[in-house]
Design a binder for this molecule. Structure first.
Ligand code: CA
Ligand code: CA
Length: 461
């Protein structure tokens, strides 16, 4: 126990009594809300005295809906904060894409899954290049083949020779044109901005509420991402996607500062992956029409990511929103919580849950404002603990600096208080001398005032 509190005791107790470094035994497992069954309701008491109802919308993955989670004032406040920010980014059509990787993948043998020496539309769809932020569904493959007359014998399958006729640059161009021509072919059409939870009292209070809701340790919520606020206009959407990455050898992006990489550096997807254990999404306004959140495969009997991707259509939420197994309507103040990861055998974050596939349907009328509160947890438990301790130390550093600054300010104020009568006397004398000078020189009164401490003049007059 001594090592656990040792460092904390070196610091003034008034500020740091609640701080201690975290050890492994503090985090044996991650809590997770039990969905019980669809329609099940559980209550949650807020610090403000309000009682909320957590309603189960799906069991697999566990998806919950909480109405009035945010008050109208809180919603308006978050929108105002976002609008005041100058750091908005827009999902654009052109983006960086690993062309070499796409070219390597664009290979007849790789595509021919059933080894019949022919590529059917599905097999061609698999190897078709992907431009960042593009949605190419399997439905558009025949259009591509016909447009450039690649299928010479018209049997809806490509032989190796027919496939060789395809110029990959033409394919890239075709995808780009499709996105330009119809925004429905763009995966995400929205603009977004990040708000720091610690920069505002309302945002800070949301962190506390997340701890109450999820029952996750405060340290987990504290090391999570900033709040992402997104705005969707008419036609805006976010086709089917996962908020997190599949478990593999890459490290978690949110803990890259442990490797000496700044959080502001761009996302390097070769080295890092997303580790968003849970998503808490807030609807910040009422949408006139559309803008639902869709979970195409929630509570499906089975799911395979290959099927999701190959299906093509289920993720196209511009055209298949209502085909989703679960469709949640936006409502101001409502929150939706779901888990993107399964648990591993130790009760820690396991692999990505393929059932958590979801997206946002087209806005038909009006505008949609949402905020995403992503709860990130490192799949490597020891690394997560190291991150929490690093942040805690930084927090202490900031707190200590703040304290030193306040102390200096106080000292200065005290000093000023002590020397004030002296200074006032000095100024009075100065004033009187200047008045004499003014009387002699006939300077205008305004120039005289400009020379002096105005507060003193005001007090005197
Ligand atoms: Ca084949
Ligand atoms: Ca053919």
């Amino acid at each position: 126990m001594e090592s656990r509190f040792g460092n904390a005791l070196l610091l003034p107790l008034t500020v740091f009594t609640f701080v201690h470094l975290i050890n492994s035994e503090d985090f044996l497992h991650l809590p997770r809300l039990n969905p019980v069954s669809i329609g099940h309701e559980q209550t949650m008491h807020l610090e403000s005295g309000r009682t909320l109802t957590i309603k189960t919308l799906a069991v697999n993955p566990p998806i919950f809906e909480i109405e009035d989670y945010l008050t109208n004032i809180e919603c308006d406040h978050i929108i105002a904060l976002a609008m005041a920010s100058s750091k908005w980014t827009e999902s654009t059509i052109k983006g960086k894409v690993d062309k070499d990787k796409e070219i390597r993948k664009f290979n007849f043998t790789q595509g021919d899954k059933n080894n019949d020496n022919l590529l059917d539309h599905l097999e061609l769809w698999y190897v078709m290049p992907r431009l960042q932020n593009s949605l190419i569904t399997i439905k558009s493959i025949p259009e591509f083949v016909q447009l450039y007359n690649y299928d010479v014998d018209g049997d809806e399958k490509l032989t190796n020779e027919e496939f060789d006729r395809i110029d990959i640059n033409v394919a890239f161009q075709w995808i780009e044109n499709k996105m330009k021509k119809d925004k429905k072919n763009v995966i995400r059409l929205s603009k977004q901005v990040w708000l720091n939870h610690d920069s505002d009292e309302v945002l800070r209070s949301l962190k506390t509420r997340v701890v109450s809701l999820t029952r996750l340790p405060k340290g987990v919520v504290d090391t999570s991402e900033q709040l992402q606020v997104a705005q969707y206009d008419v036609g805006g959407h976010y086709h089917g996607h996962f908020d997190t990455s599949k478990l593999d050898k890459r490290k978690c992006l949110h803990s890259r500062e442990l490797d000496g990489i700044k959080l502001t550096e761009p996302y390097d997807a070769v080295k890092y992956r997303l580790c968003r254990y849970a998503t808490l999404m807030y609807y910040l306004n009422d949408v006139d029409e559309g803008g639902e959140t869709a979970f195409p495969v929630a509570d499906n009997a089975t799911v395979s990511e290959k099927v999701i991707r190959a299906g093509g259509n289920i993720g196209d939420l511009s055209n298949h929103c209502t085909d989703a197994n679960l469709v949640v309507k936006p409502k101001k103040g409502k929150a939706v919580l779901w888990y993107n990861h399964l648990h591993n055998k130790d009760g820690w974050v396991g692999d990505k849950d393929p059932f958590s596939y979801h997206g946002g349907c087209d806005i038909v009328k009006g505008v949609k404002w949402i905020a995403n509160h992503w709860i990130t947890v490192d799949t490597d438990k020891q690394r997560h603990i190291r991150l929490m301790n690093l942040r805690e130390k930084r927090y202490r550093g900031v707190e200590r600096a703040k304290q030193e600054y306040n102390q200096k300010q106080e000292e200065q104020a005290m000093k000023q208080k002590e020397t004030q009568p002296q200074q006032q006397e000095q100024r009075k004398k100065q004033h009187q001398n200047l008045r004499k000078h003014h009387n002699n020189q006939h300077l205008p009164q305004s120039e005289l005032i400009g020379l002096e401490d105005k507060s003193y003049i005001r007090n005197e007059l």
